[in-house]
Write a protein that binds this ligand. Structure first.
Ligand SMILES: O=C(O)CCC(=O)C(=O)O
Ligand SMILES: [Fe+2]
Length: 282
């Protein structure tokens, strides 16, 4: 197995088959993931069972709340880029541009957010369709001091759809849920490094400030997150298995490929094994 760093974040792994990795090799993969926040294992050939088994080595694989895009037989697998055209022939922007509305972290609307998201690429368009990543450690390090002071020790309130109620991928009966709260500046549970936890598409308010102050702070954060420091841009190849760490990175889809072409991934959301939902899933 070869591990090749792509910059401060992002590493490419080759010459390995994720179906048959030993514990020792997996430990090296896991460590490179902690070190580089996002890793891509190239040239894999997987069925759904293989993808799920490998994903479970990282943690607890959980179904995504958007039931409409789950695979009918494997609810833990979300299908990206399927049913892009509605019956009337119109492009469904919620599917085509899923994940493209800005840098975000997945599952901030959950009490136990996803530690990781993993994608397996089945079809890649001839142009566009990259995924952009950035480091939430660097976002903290380079945050202006007055924002560090104002966000430190504060909790944000998060909900699927956020301030725009962008929740059309959810079934109607799943849209009304209570927001959850998360510390905005916190240590990564495995590396101990400090990261900024922020998601412009899910955050509603910041605790301890008036509505006006909270809106102003969020707007300032959204401007900062428009082009956060320390980025890696992933150019997909069919057979890529990419996993990112939602505790210390952000990502966004470019959302720019020719809509008539296929861009299809299987996707899983992975929680810590200690997550409360482990009891629910059991
Ligand atoms: O399709 C992509 O490039 C990433 C989409 C996304 O944000 C996600 O799967 O969480
Ligand atoms: Fe995402």
């Amino acid at each position: 197995m070869k591990i090749r760093p792509m910059g401060r974040i992002g590493a490419e792994i080759t010459d390995v088959d994720v179906k048959t990795v030993s514990q020792e090799t997996f430990a090296a993969i896991y460590q490179s993931w902690l070190d580089y926040n996002v890793i891509c294992v190239r040239d894999q050939s997987l069925d759904m069972g293989d993808f799920l088994s490998y994903s479970r080595r990282f943690g607890l694989v959980c179904p995504h709340p958007a039931k409409s895009t789950r695979h009918p037989e494997h609810p833990e697998i979300t299908l990206l880029g399927i049913n892009k055209f509605r019956p009337d022939g119109m492009l469904d922007k919620d599917i085509y541009r899923r994940g493209a509305e800005g840098f975000h972290t997945d599952g901030s609307y959950e009490e136990d957010p996803y530690k990781a998201t993993q994608l397996y690429a089945l079809a890649i368009p001839s142009m566009g369709g990259d995924t952009h990543f950035s480091s939430a450690y660097a976002a903290f390090d380079e945050l202006p001091q007055h924002l560090k002071d104002r966000l430190s020790g504060r909790y944000g309130h998060f909900k699927y759809g956020g301030r725009m109620s962008a929740n059309l991928l959810l079934d109607a009966e799943d849209r009304e849920v209570q927001p959850v709260r998360h510390l905005l500046i916190r240590a990564h549970p495995e590396t101990g490094r400090i990261a900024l936890y922020f998601d412009q598409g899910k955050i509603l308010r910041i605790e301890g400030y008036s509505d006006e102050e909270s809106i102003a702070l969020i707007d300032e954060m959204v401007a900062y997150m428009a082009n956060p420091p320390c980025q890696y841009r992933h150019k997909w190849r069919k057979g890529d298995v990419v996993i990112w760490d939602n505790r210390c990175s952000y990502h966004k889809a470019a959302g720019d490929y020719p809509p008539e072409e296929d861009r299809i991934h299987w996707r899983v959301s992975i929680k810590e094994r200690s997550a409360r939902s482990e009891q629910d899933a059991a």
